[in-house]
Write a protein that binds this ligand. Structure first.
Ligand code: NAP
Length: 248
């Protein structure tokens, strides 16, 4: 059997694990352990950090991993860099599986921000009532917003510091456009705040904002090190077959 490691925590990572298992590979998925009750992929799962690139190199060697697919979220910067270093050190191929970013339509009013801090500054200027969907981590960037009321949606309860005027709703996607529209209307939201996560499972909020003519503050993706990259599970599976052929 050929051993593969998928760096996960995304829908695409779960889809990739399932498909590669069906192809006869021995797949281990790795999760950071951030979410209390994560959706588990098929196959073996390990949870928790590796202890940096050195720890990951050791893990790859000990588990005789033939190739790694980094299917982590586009905003998970550190693990992406660690994977490049570790795979180089272990001498095994690495592929990044990453869905394309979102694109504005012709009438959309999207304000691109380079960081959560920058997004918070634009929000302070733009919004009376904002819907914040950037995730639990990094919410501290919005803590200094004293004028704007924030509806914060995340999977697990966020930690302090939080802005003075806010409400938290805990939920996990996917989300339908009609539900997103109803939520925006129910809370009189005038601005949507999101990361450029990409994919269709959470894009309903963008469609709903478009329909309601609301501006969007969107955090652009961080730079990640250059590495072979694909956008679909089918391409990832083909890459694995090409790079570890004859070993499965
Ligand atoms: P990060 O900043 O890149 O990683 C921080 C540290 O967490 C890493 O150095 C590593 O610890 C550990 N880690 C991260 N992903 C891991 C994985 N898949 N398996 C094992 N260890 C992992 O990552 P993050 O932004 O905190 O994201 C953590 C996880 O949540 C990722 O798996 C990502 O796919 C998922 N996620 C992130 C976002 C987001 O917006 N950032 C959104 C949705 C899902 P060591 O240094 O100890 O190895």
């Amino acid at each position: 059997m050929t051993n593969l490691l998928i760096l996960g925590g995304t829908y695409q990572a779960r889809e990739c694990a399932e498909t590669l298992l069906a192809q006869g590979f021995a797949v281990t998925s790795s999760l950071a352990g951030r979410v209390t009750a994560p959706r588990l992929p098929a196959g073996e799962v390990r949870i928790g950090g590796f202890g940096g690139p050195g720890g990951m190199t050791q893990w790859l060697t000990e588990h005789r991993i033939a190739a790694v697919v980094d299917a982590t979220h586009p905003f998970a910067e550190r693990i992406g860099s660690a994977a490049v270093t570790a795979c180089n050190s272990a001498g095994i191929p690495l592929l990044r599986l990453q869905r394309p970013g979102w694109q504005p339509g012709p009438d959309d009013r999207w304000h691109w921000a380079e960081s959560l801090d920058a997004a918070a500054r634009v929000t302070a200027r733009l919004a009376d009532r904002a819907f914040v969907t950037t995730g639990r981590q990094g919410l501290g960037a919005f803590a200094a917003l004293t004028r704007t009321w924030l509806l914060i949606r995340c999977v697990d309860p966020p930690e302090a510091p939080l802005p003075p005027h806010h409400r938290v709703i805990l939920s996990r996607g996917p989300y339908e456009v009609a539900d997103e529209r109803a939520l925006l209307l129910r809370h009189n939201i005038d601005t949507l705040i999101t990361k450029d996560s990409g994919g269709s499972l959470t894009s309903g909020k963008l469609t709903a904002a478009r329909e309601l003519g609301l501006p969007v503050v969107i955090v652009s993706r961080p730079q990640r090190p250059e590495t072979p990259s694909v956008t679909s599970t089918a391409e990832a599976v083909q890459w694995v077959i090409d790079h570890v052929s004859g070993e499965s």
